[in-house]
Design a protein around this ligand. Structure first.
Ligand SMILES: NCCC[C@H](NC(=O)CCC(=O)O)C(=O)O
Ligand SMILES: NC(=O)OP(=O)(O)O
Length: 314
């Protein structure tokens, strides 16, 4: 594996899940692998889990970690070639990326889409710019349309909860006060398709995900019926595709409740807005898997870091 930018970089997803779960049983089993090497974590957006679980994973491997909030702690970066840099941005990525590559052996990067233009976000401009200029392995810590560390952790959580049985999974859209990116549902769905999971999607009209991704998957708008027949419900808000990035009225009737879930387990990547996305009673019940999903983020990151460290490129 050269980079870990999307689920497509997982050549053997089933064994990745098994190996990551095995790491969880003894996290310090490869504690010398990263000795003398440095992981740089760059954040263009906020984070709790990704920042700390990836740093923890790195520590478990003996890596040193340097973390930077781009723009807040450092200079604002210019991405456009040929720009006359007489405005606010002080540094071009043509210098910044090669400099970062001198300090770090691996680079993790979080950069959400701007939610201004679907076409522009689909281009993954930040990730692609770093890819073009970096001679070090890159790890996607959530980009405009992918959150592959989350999806690997989610697959681990499903494996732990259901073992070899094949649960019926519903990916349900949920309401939110802000328009949110499509990265989490996109990567989760891509992962579930890759694994051949029994999954359906439900969302109100207008919130369609990428057509190629949902090809062959049942997409419905009757949330109550979908949830009632599910073993596990993955809830996530994402912005409309038709009115990309726009703030639309909150559809309160889509909030997940215990009544709707019936016997189903509940998953969410976190952070979650209580009593908007999902009711307190769900999060506070034994059916909620969200804390274990967050725990598994350490081991999904550790597996990825380990693979990159073992690859010939390093
Ligand atoms: N990394 C996990 C989710 C990150 C982001 N959520 C958010 O921005 C929520 C912020 C808020 O609730 O205001 C998303 O949906 O992709
Ligand atoms: N799930 C997740 O990526 O959380 P953070 O945004 O806090 O990193």
């Amino acid at each position: 594996m050269k980079h870990y930018l999307s689920i497509d970089d997982l050549k053997q997803p089933h064994s990745a899940i098994e190996q990551a779960l095995q790491l969880k049983t003894n996290p310090l089993q490869n504690s010398g692998l990263g000795k003398g090497k440095t992981l740089i974590l760059l954040f263009f957006n906020n984070s709790l889990r990704t920042r700390l679980s990836t740093a923890k994973a790195a520590q478990n491997l003996g890596l040193d970690v340097l973390s930077l909030n781009v723009g807040a702690d450092s200079w604002q970066l210019e991405f456009t070639d040929g720009t006359i840099m007489d405005q606010g941005k002080a540094e071009h990525i043509r210098e910044a990326v090669p400099v970062l590559c001198q300090y770090g052996d691996l680079i993790g990067l979080r950069s959400f889409g701007e939610l201004q233009s679907l076409e522009e976000d689909l281009r993954e401009p930040v990730l692609e710019a770093f890819k073009a200029l970096s001679d070090k392995p890159l790890i996607n810590l959530e980009s405009a349309f992918a959150h592959p560390l989350q999806a690997l952790a989610d697959a681990m959580t499903l494996q732990e909860t259901f073992g070899s049985t094949k649960p019926k999974i519903t990916l349900s859209w949920a309401p939110h006060p802000r328009p949110l990116p499509q990265a989490v549902p996109t990567s989760f769905l891509r992962m579930m398709k890759t694994l051949g999971a029994d999954i359906q999607v439900c969302h109100p009209p207008g919130y369609e995900l990428n057509a190629a991704l949902t090809e062959g998957i049942e997409v419905r708008s009757d949330q109550a019926a979908c949830l009632a027949e599910s073993d596990v419900v993955y809830a996530k808000s994402w912005c409309s595709t038709e009115q990309y990035g726009q703030h639309l009225p909150i559809e309160e009737s889509w909030t997940i409740s215990l009544e709707k879930l019936k016997e189903a387990y509940f998953m969410h990547c976190l952070p979650v807005r209580r009593n908007v996305v999902v009711q307190d009673a769900v999060l506070d019940s034994s059916k909620s898997l969200v804390i274990e999903q967050a725990n598994n983020r350490t081991y999904s990151a550790q597996w990825v870091l380990q693979e990159l460290l073992k690859s010939k490129e390093l």
